[in-house]
Design a protein around this ligand. Structure first.
Ligand SMILES: [Zn+2]
Length: 67
């Protein structure tokens, strides 16, 4: 089993590896790209895309809505 499957947000349980809630921005890099996404709970994530797929390398804390 690839380790990238079945990854969910620890804050809200969104299956963010398979289906990003919102793509904030994308950046091309020499090896593929970097994608910033925001989860349903408001936490920002940084994903690296390369030949092996997509993996979350950084995840922020959820932000309360309507602040
Ligand atoms: Zn979340």
């Amino acid at each position: 089993m690839p380790s990238t499957t079945g990854v969910v947000c620890p804050h809200c349980g969104w299956p963010d590896a398979a289906e990003p809630f919102q793509v904030v921005s994308t950046h091309a890099t020499a090896t593929g790209g970097t994608v910033w996404t925001r989860c349903a709970c408001g936490s920002l994530q940084v994903r690296v895309v390369d030949d092996h797929g997509t993996r979350v390398v950084s995840r922020g804390r959820p932000s309360p809505a309507g602040c």
